[in-house]
Structure formats: structure tokens, C-alpha cells
Write a protein that binds this ligand. Structure first.
Ligand SMILES: C[S@@+](CC[C@H](N)C(=O)[O-])C[C@H]1O[C@@H](n2cnc3c(N)ncnc32)[C@H](O)[C@@H]1O
Length: 277
């Protein structure tokens, strides 16, 4: 006999979803919880969206990031597992900086995943999360409430650090995390164009070389960092040489580190603001 789960697996398999059984299980569970009266119809609708290419997190409306459950909604990038490398590297750096009440900025916060996870794992930390778009600000605000960190996470909106002017943060920040848009416009127009089918362009478009935001953040972060404060980026595959060069050229950072994932790929670059600055 065909169960609802079997039916959902078939819809996903037709859409080319690799791990159809695991995803179908999550879709059915979500439908049962969110729409108990008509869960079969809700599950079929979710499966059709997923089969058409929408990220699973958008379809079921939530995702786990660094052990924290987050709301995921259109308008903000669905948090990626790969970004946990940036979050965990930042946590280790902040823990070892010796500050009793660390002050952290999540620049380009998207859904607020890094801000919420850092605040959750570091109960004494204060975090300022900022993004350009209305969609990201709305999702971040929901997540700050959902994770229960609204007393320690401030959400701001603007073009990079413009959103944080007037908060009196200058010279006080221990760590800035930034997962910027880092895909070149050429790639977004060709082999990576599929990314734009479901998620916002602002999440991916890193200008002509994929480095436009990093170039600005390396300079604009300096007035906010305290001497010895750290700036950490997630980077695209193969960008480590150029991003390290941006840190070097600023002539204001030391201890520049390249951090690789389990596959040996460098996906995080960090640097500390020099003490003399
Ligand atoms: C790759 S997404 C990262 C989102 C989130 N931090 C994460 O890890 O999933 C990049 C984010 O940068 C934001 N962004 C792009 N340009 C920006 C700018 N000039 N100022 C502030 N945020 C910007 C986008 O809206 C998007 O949310």
C-alpha cells in the first residue's frame, strides 16, 4: 500500500532530489505539525515546490545552524552548513580573546544565523547584526525573537557599516563576522544563474570579480574594531589569495589566517587589527 511518505518520495525523485527519503520525512513531519487537519495536501504542495528547485529550508520554513533552530523565509538566504566553519572559527577566536562581555558585529547578516548562533553559544556576548535589505531585516528580527536573544542582539539596516552609525560602537568591537556576497557577476549570469531562481541577488552578487564587498569591509571595519579585534570572512572557493591580499594591502592587519574545511578547502580568512592602529 502506498503511504503519504512514499508518494512524497516519488515527487521528490521526479524532481531529481538526491536524498529524497530523508527530505520526504522532514516534509511530512513539518506538514503534520504545521497543518495537522490537512497535512497530506500540505505535504504534497511542499514536495512540488521542492521538486521545482526551492531550497528545502524555504519549503519547510526552518533549518538548524550551529545547533540552533532558525526560521527560514524568502527574502533572506537559507543558511548553509558550510557557513558553520565561519561561525565556529569566530566562536573559538572570541572565546580566546579574554573579553568577559564580547562585542560582535555580524555584517551582511541575512537571516541572522551567525548573530543568533554566536549570541546563543556565548551568553555574555552582545551582537549587532546588519544587512542591506528589508527581507533580511524582517527574517533576522523574527530569528532574534525565536532564538530568545533579543536582549543581546541589535538588528540594524543599511549599506555595510552605514547601518551601525550612531550606536557608539567605534573602537570597541572584538570580532566582526561577514559572509558577504562573493560570486562574480559573470558566473551569476552563466553557470551559477540557477541560484537566482529562488534566493535574492543581493545574497550572491559580489560585483565584477566577486570581491567588491570584501574590498569595502576590510577598510570600513577598521574604525569599529578595537586594536587586536578580529575580522573574519567566509570566502568563495579559490578566493583566499585575493582576500589575503586585501588584508595585506590595508596595512592595518596582522595574524592573517586561512582556515580550511574538512575537505582541505580554504573557506575562511581572518585578520587582526594591528595594535598600533
Ligand atoms: C551570502 S549572504 C549571507 C547571509 C548570512 N550571513 C548567512 O551566512 O547565511 C550575503 C548577505 O549580504 C547582504 N548584503 C549585500 N550587500 C550588502 C551591503 N552593501 N550592505 C549590507 N548587506 C549587504 C545580502 O543582503 C545578504 O543577506
Amino acid at each position: 500500500m502506498n503511504t503519504l511518505l512514499d508518494e512524497i518520495v516519488i515527487i521528490l525523485q521526479r524532481g531529481g532530489i538526491a536524498d529524497a527519503t530523508a527530505e520526504a520525512t522532514r516534509i511530512v513531519q513539518t506538514a503534520q505539525t504545521s497543518t495537522p487537519a490537512d497535512h497530506a495536501r500540505a505535504a504534497r504542495a511542499m514536495a512540488e515546490r521542492r521538486a521545482a528547485g526551492a531550497p528545502l529550508a524555504y519549503v519547510i520554513g526552518h533549518a538548524m545552524f550551529m545547533g540552533v533552530e532558525l526560521i527560514v523565509a524568502e527574502g533572506a538566504l537559507a543558511p548553509r552548513e558550510e557557513t558553520e566553519l565561519l561561525g565556529n572559527t569566530a566562536l573559538a577566536a572570541i572565546r580566546s580573546c579574554g573579553s568577559a562581555a564580547p562585542r560582535v558585529i555580524d555584517m551582511c547578516c541575512g537571516s541572522g544565523n551567525l548573530a543568533c548562533a554566536i549570541a546563543h553559544h556565548l551568553p555574555a556576548a552582545r551582537v549587532w547584526a546588519s544587512d542591506l535589505t528589508d527581507g533580511c531585516i524582517a527574517v533576522t528580527r523574527r530569528n532574534v525573537e525565536h532564538v530568545g536573544v533579543s536582549d543581546r542582539v541589535v538588528v540594524a539596516q543599511g549599506d555595510l557599516f552605514g547601518g551601525l552609525a550612531g550606536f557608539g560602537l567605534e573602537g570597541t568591537i572584538d570580532a566582526i563576522v561577514c559572509n558577504p556576497p562573493y560570486i562574480s557577476q559573470g558566473k551569476l549570469a552563466t553557470d551559477r544563474a540557477v541560484l537566482l531562481d529562488h534566493e535574492p541577488r543581493e545574497a550572491f552578487d559580489g560585483g565584477p570579480y566577486g570581491l567588491s564587498i570584501q574590498q569595502r569591509v576590510v577598510k570600513e571595519a577598521l574604525p569599529f574594531l578595537r586594536p587586536g579585534g578580529i575580522l573574519l570572512f567566509e570566502i568563495g572557493l579559490g578566493q583566499e589569495r585575493q582576500v589575503k591580499m586585501l588584508f595585506d594591502r590595508a596595512k592595518a592587519y596582522e595574524d592573517i589566517r586561512l582556515v580550511a574545511n574538512a575537505a582541505g578547502e580554504v573557506r575562511v580568512v581572518s585578520g587582526r587589527k594591528s595594535a598600533e592602529m
